[in-house]
Design a protein around this ligand. Structure first.
Ligand SMILES: Cc1cc2nc3c(=O)[nH]c(=O)nc-3n(C[C@H](O)[C@H](O)[C@H](O)COP(=O)(O)OP(=O)(O)OC[C@H]3O[C@@H](n4cnc5c(N)ncnc54)[C@H](O)[C@@H]3O)c2cc1C
Length: 386
């Protein structure tokens, strides 16, 4: 067991930091969506498809490298970290892992340069945590698949070019699959008028007899099992950004309290605040260890459900709680609308819901810790004794 980064990993992290500091903006809200220019810049820096095979246009590196990059980026640039997420963790992983050569040529290569922005469309108004209740249907008709239904909360969906749309090809847990749908396909409408609390726009998607060529079917059956394994990778991007924001907030508060004075002393000289810093460091360090463990143990780049759940919950909590404490240390200046901490608080709050809510993941952790599966469905009525 070795808890130290290698020299190469340290150099890599330094180079990501240097790039973020010198070329990208800090923590401004993406009011008009994630800037395309930033996605292309980050891709141009060789930070796209870090874990994707070189044969498919990626860098062929490990999950821990991708996580180190996004954690470092998230300490300096919100748009940079979101770009890294798009270029490495979400829909792009689903296309890389499940796509055939044709999908990779038509979509993956463009996603890796930032020319195409992909988005995930899973959640429906009536199916969030209980994703198996989704009703969007995919019916095969000759050489097309016809989609009907609605999706909500698609990150970057306001402007994305291609969507990994989860839909039902048949009943039951084996009946789910996924289809690649291009923006502009007849029968597919995107409402981009809604925003999250953080001011990020998201997409609400409507499919009305939307005909997509059958070649665009990414997964035709057993989609929940196949896609959710890849989804644990997405969770690592979410967790790393939470952790990076938490570390950034810690650093901002440390600098501020060493300068700002009250009662004739520096703020940092008050033990009440020193203990807050100690608690913040404890949260960040323990979350970081769980995150790095999930990534270094990842089998073929896919972290286990249990380790990724532990890592995501710990990083999400650490990020949000540390940002919140840092904001408190800035007093009224932390609560100003322009304060980066105000934006960071909103983002770290959202990550506790996105990519598997804390409660859903606690259910998974309980199962792992207790060695038992617990159905979340209501118990079946007991048969009357005869
Ligand atoms: C910032 C952000 C980005 C997102 N990006 C995307 C995206 O790109 N693509 C996409 O498809 N979706 C996305 N989502 C949607 C997200 O995946 C869902 O919001 C999430 O799965 C929860 O579903 P829901 O909102 O319907 O809540 P519900 O499922 O209605 O849950 C409501 C509450 O009940 C709790 N709960 C539910 N079941 C249980 C249980 N069994 N035990 C204990 N508690 C339970 C939940 O944890 C939650 O607190 C995003 C959401 C956010 C906030």
């Amino acid at each position: 067991m070795d808890f130290r980064l290698s020299d190469e990993q340290r150099d890599f992290v330094d180079s990501v930091r240097g790039f973020a500091r010198s070329k990208l903006d800090g923590f401004a809200a993406a009011v008009d969506g994630l800037p395309r220019e930033t996605i292309r810049q980050v891709a141009g820096q060789g930070l796209a498809g870090i874990t994707i095979a070189e044969a498919d246009g990626g860098q062929g590196a490990s999950l821990i490298d991708a996580v180190l990059a996004i954690e470092a980026m998230a300490q300096h640039s919100a748009h940079g970290a979101d770009s890294l997420q798009v270029l490495n963790f979400g829909a792009i992983q689903q296309i890389a892992r499940h796509g055939n050569d044709d999908h990779k040529a038509r979509y993956l290569s463009g996603c890796l340069t930032g020319e195409l922005v992909p988005a995930i469309a899973m959640t429906e108004p009536g199916a969030g945590s209980a994703l198996t209740e989704m009703t969007t249907s995919a019916k095969l008709e000759g050489d097309h698949v016809v989609l009907d239904g609605q999706k909500i909360f698609s990150t970057n969906g306001d402007s994305a070019d291609v969507f990994v749309v989860w839909a039902r090809f048949g009943p039951g847990s084996k009946g789910a699959g996924a289809v690649l749908v291009e923006r502009g396909t007849p029968g597919f409408e995107v409402d981009s008028s809604h925003r999250f609390m953080s001011r990020e726009p998201y997409g609400t998607l409507f499919f009305d007899a939307c005909r997509v060529p059958v070649e665009n079917v990414l997964v035709a059956e057993d989609g929940f099992r196949r896609m959710l394994a890849v989804f644990n990778v997405e969770r690592m991007g979410n967790a790393s950004r939470s952790l990076g924001y938490g570390q950034a907030a810690f650093d901002m508060a440390a600098e501020y309290t060493k300068d700002r004075r009250a009662f004739g002393r520096r703020l940092v000289d008050f033990q009440g605040l020193q203990w807050k810093f100690a608690e913040m460091a404890l949260k960040l360090e323990s979350a970081r260890l769980l995150l790095y463990r999930a990534c270094t143990n990842a089998d073929a780049g896919l972290p286990s459900a249990l380790e990724s759940s532990l890592a995501k919950v710990a990083c999400n909590r650490a990020g949000f709680e540390v940002v919140n404490e840092a904001l408190q240390m800035f007093g009224g200046y932390g609560y100003e609308e322009e304060s980066p901490l105000s934006y960071m608080l909103q983002r770290t709050r959202g990550w506790q819901i996105a990519g598997g809510t804390t409660e859903q993941l606690l259910n998974r952790i309980a199962e792992g810790a207790l060695g038992e599966r617990f159905s979340q469905r209501p118990p079946r009525p007991v048969e009357a004794a005869t």
